[in-house]
Design a protein around this ligand. Structure first.
Ligand code: SF4
Length: 91
């Protein structure tokens, strides 16, 4: 399968960026892998799940389809990481 075959398909409104986007952008939006919302956004346009199954390994799909952490979860992760980075004599 040609991985670029759906690149010109457009989704009328990206809920993250607030604009029209084409699939060529969305399939590389997360460090070169698809955006986690790609199935929801592009399923009305073509069989996205079949495309993903043919073009990406199960491990890759699991990685990029995992939900993105929310703002509070990211803040908690940053605080936990900062706490671990403190020298022991300050803790
Ligand atoms: S797949 Fe992601 S980047 Fe593309 S339109 Fe949907 S939310 Fe936006």
């Amino acid at each position: 399968m040609d991985i670029t075959q759906h690149d010109a398909v457009t989704h009328f409104w990206c809920p993250q960026l607030g604009q029209t986007l084409h699939f060529g952008y969305c399939r590389q939006a997360r460090d070169g892998l698809p955006c986690p919302r790609v199935v929801a956004c592009f399923s009305p346009h073509f069989d996205v799940e079949a495309f993903l199954a043919q073009c990406y390994t199960a491990e890759e799909r699991e990685r990029f389809l995992a939900p993105v952490p929310g703002r509070l979860e990211r803040l908690g992760q940053a605080l936990a990481a900062a706490g671990r980075a403190q020298p022991e004599d300050e803790a």
